[in-house]
Structure formats: structure tokens, C-alpha cells
Design a protein around this ligand. Structure first.
Ligand SMILES: C[S@@+](CC[C@H](N)C(=O)[O-])C[C@H]1O[C@@H](n2cnc3c(N)ncnc32)[C@H](O)[C@@H]1O
Length: 391
């Protein structure tokens, strides 16, 4: 991780955007009586219309942006995911719905490969919170797949009941606003954000009797947390999955993200939590640095995802590392088919594949969880290495 003193300095125009967001957050704090929960601060930093990180015009993804996601690294990622989706679409028919489609890269790679596999969904639906990213996705798909553009549409809300097919979200859970908490040895404290000079500071408040306190007291007992242990929970997972489950008649919900099962999530090594900020390819943990100009994320507690799925009457059909998922979907075969005629292309793709699957890169930090309803088919991606026992 970097310290904020080593970070690149924003341009005057960027600084102005950030200053405007800081004013908006400070006004909300004043209206709330002096403090807002961290989840509200994170929500405003990422999603305030026109000013939040995902809502304003920053580059964000790819080498020239703040961070690189798997679809931005290589088309091999989308081509592998397509093989998993194809097996489901063959069994259920229906559509593919992608949450938080970023630059539209994954949508383009997936649809292109599903066309090659002759297994196109009836429609490719995208649910994206950011109006700016929605536009970017439209450009990407229009530019790369004009012949399939009429299959793609953008939704403002989930489809109604009776949805069949696949629901997909890559690196979306980590971008949802979370709560930060601290175990003081006897009680749970919830972190709030307060004004501090021209910026912001943390304020911990006991939250006895709240749902958050009950949940964390349970974790403290079960995992023997040390006094002063700090971490996060994502309160949005349960309602989000419930709303997806309400519309899913048959198919797969495929979630890919960085994170751990809870036992590993709450490991003593992570006693200061999992919050990370991404600014121009640098990773640091100062969430108050240049609000609106940097991404703020928390790792995903996959046990929480599995619990929310079970409560919503979905089956946890698979849980594995990204490396095993991609290899089971045939990453190595796809790679071999790139050579030897095009040696440079092959070497490039081999390098990309390494980033996707090596343990020190994305291979073991990222995990895939498959949640199903009314689906009998085997799901490529989850056959090679079943890690559900660790959830
Ligand atoms: C880290 S980016 C990942 C983008 C893309 N999936 C990729 O892999 O490159 C997070 C994305 O999730 C979107 N997002 C976050 N919460 C969302 C929600 N509840 N519904 C839809 N999109 C959401 C953001 O706007 C952004 O597009």
C-alpha cells in the first residue's frame, strides 16, 4: 500500500470536482446533526450524481485509469465466463443480466463469444447505477458489436418475476457502500464520519442494540476477535440478493469479486479491515483523500453472500477461486488455440492469462460464487475445485 504523500496530485479541474463533493458531504453531515455513518460517506463518494467517483467522468478502468479489472486485462476472461453462461442458457433459455458493467468490456467479450458458441441470450440486459458509465457501455457495444446492439438494453430496475437465464456481477459487491465497525472487547462501535479542518475524520460510536451490534457480537464470540479489531460489513448484500431472487424463476447468479469466506475475512492479519482506495494504479487506505477522485472498496465476505442466498431461497451451487473457475471453463484450451500462427498474440495472451490465474495476481484473491434456482445442469467453472465447505 502507498501513503497519500506519494500519490499523484490531481489537476485543478479534478480538485474543483472533489471540493464540490466535499461541500455536499459536509452539508449532509451538518443536516444530520454532525456525523454520518461511513456507509453514507462511501455512497456519496462513489455515486453522488455528477460528482461521485462512478458518476463523474474519470477514466477509472484500464491501464490509464485507477485500477484494472479482469475483463480489462484480457478478452479470455469474458470468453471463459461465456462458456459457463452458455451451459446455463442451454438449460433455461432466457436472458443475461449484467450488474455494473463498467466500460462494457465484459458485455462485448461475452456476447461476441456467445455468438461464436451459437448460444446468444434472448437479450443482454445491463443494470448500471452510473449514467456516465451507461453511456460508455453504449459506445463500446455500438463500436464492437453493432450487429448485436439491438439485443442489448439498459434497465433502471430489475425485471419482474419469471426471469430465466444468468445474472452476472463482476467486481460489483466490493463497490457497494459498507459499514465499518470496531470490536472494543465488550461492545461494538460503528464508525461515523465527521468534519475535520477542511476534510473529514473518523468517529467511533457504540451502537448497542442495533442489528449491526448483534451481528458483530456474534462474530466476536464465534471467531474470538481481539480487542480493537476493525472490519466492515456490507448491509446491502441481503436486500440486493433478495430482490434478484424474487425475479429469478430459473438460472444462475454468478458473482465474481475479491474476498474470503468469513473465517479468513476476520483473520487477525486483517485487524484493520479491508478498505482500499485506488487512485491511478496506487492502492492506499486513506478514504478521506480527494473524495470523488478515487475508488473506495471493501473485500467481500463470501459467507455473508452464501447466507443471504440461502435466506432468499437460492442454492449455493458453487464456490471456487477465479483461477479454478477460468481453468475449468477451458482457459488453457482457448489460449492454445491462439498459437502458434500468431506468436506475438499468443505471448500477449499467455501473459494476460497469468495475471488472471496466478495465485500472487488475481487467481486466488478473486473468488466466484454460483447461486442457482431451478437449474439441474452442471455449471462449467465450478466442477474442478469445490470450496463450498469453507464458506
Ligand atoms: C469496480 S466497477 C466494475 C466494473 C465492471 N464490472 C468490470 O469488471 O470492469 C463497479 C461497477 O459496479 C457498479 N455498481 C455498483 N453498485 C451497483 C448496483 N447496486 N447496481 C448496479 N451497478 C452497481 C458501478 O457503477 C460500476 O460500474
Amino acid at each position: 500500500m502507498h501513503g497519500t504523500t506519494e500519490l499523484p496530485v490531481p489537476t485543478p479541474a479534478e480538485q474543483q470536482l472533489s471540493d464540490a463533493l466535499v461541500s455536499a458531504i459536509r452539508a449532509e453531515i451538518a443536516a444530520a446533526g454532525g456525523a454520518i455513518p461511513f456507509s453514507r460517506y462511501m455512497e456519496m463518494c462513489l455515486y453522488t450524481p455528477g460528482l461521485g467517483y462512478y458518476s463523474a467522468g474519470q477514466r477509472k478502468f484500464g491501464a490509464g485509469g485507477d485500477f484494472v479489472t479482469a475483463p480489462e486485462i484480457s478478452p479470455l476472461f469474458g470468453r471463459c465466463v461465456a462458456r459457463s453462461c452458455a451451459a446455463v442458457l442451454e438449460a433455461t433459455g432466457g436472458s443475461l443480466l449484467e450488474f455494473g458493467a463498467g466500460s462494457g468490456r465484459l458485455a462485448a467479450d461475452l456476447l461476441g463469444e456467445l455468438a461464436v458458441l451459437d448460444c446468444l441470450p434472448d437479450s443482454y440486459l445491463i443494470l448500471e447505477r452510473s449514467a456516465e458509465l451507461r453511456q460508455r457501455q453504449q459506445h463500446t457495444l455500438q463500436r464492437e458489436l453493432p450487429q448485436l446492439a439491438d439485443r442489448v438494453s439498459w434497465l433502471d430496475t430489475l425485471p419482474g418475476p419469471g426471469y430465466r437465464g444468468v445474472v452476472l456481477a463482476n467486481e460489483v459487491l466490493d463497490a457497494m457502500a459498507c459499514e465499518r465497525w470496531r470490536w472494543n472487547g465488550e461492545r461494538v462501535e460503528q464508525y461515523f464520519v465527521v468534519p475535520d479542518g477542511p476534510g473529514f475524520a473518523w468517529q467511533a460510536r457504540t451502537c448497542a442494540g442495533s442489528e449491526l451490534a448483534t451481528t458483530i457480537e456474534g462474530y466476536a464470540r464465534q471467531y474470538g476477535l481481539d480487542r480493537g479489531y476493525i472490519s466492515e460489513v456490507n448491509p446491502a448484500i441481503t436486500p440486493w440478493l433478495r430482490s434478484i431472487a424474487e425475479c429469478l424463476e430459473a438460472g444462475l447468479v454468478l458473482l465474481i469479486d475479491y474476498g474470503y469466506p468469513r473465517r479468513e475475512y476476520l483473520h487477525p492479519q486483517r485487524a484493520n479491515g479491508t478498505l482500499q482506495c485506488h487512485y491511478r494504479q496506487r492502492v492506499h487506505d486513506d478514504v478521506f483523500y480527494c473524495p470523488g477522485l478515487q475508488d473506495i472498496t471493501a473485500h467481500v465476505d463470501f459467507t455473508a453472500v452464501a447466507e443471504a442466498a440461502t435466506a432468499a431461497d437460492l442454492q449455493v451451487a458453487g464456490y471456487t477461486t477465479q483461477a479454478h473457475f477460468l481453468l475449468d471453463c477451458g482457459l488453457d484450451r482457448l489460449l492454445q488455440s491462439a498459437g502458434p500462427a500468431d506468436e506475438v498474440g499468443y505471448l500477449q495472451q499467455a501473459q494476460q492469462a497469468k495475471t488472471l490465474i496466478l495465485p500472487g495476481e488475481m487467481g486466488e484473491r478473486f473468488h466466484c460464487i454460483g447461486l442457482t434456482r431451478g437449474l439441474d445442469a452442471e455449471i462449467p467453472g465450478f466442477r474442478m475445485h469445490d470450496m463450498r465447505g469453507r464458506l
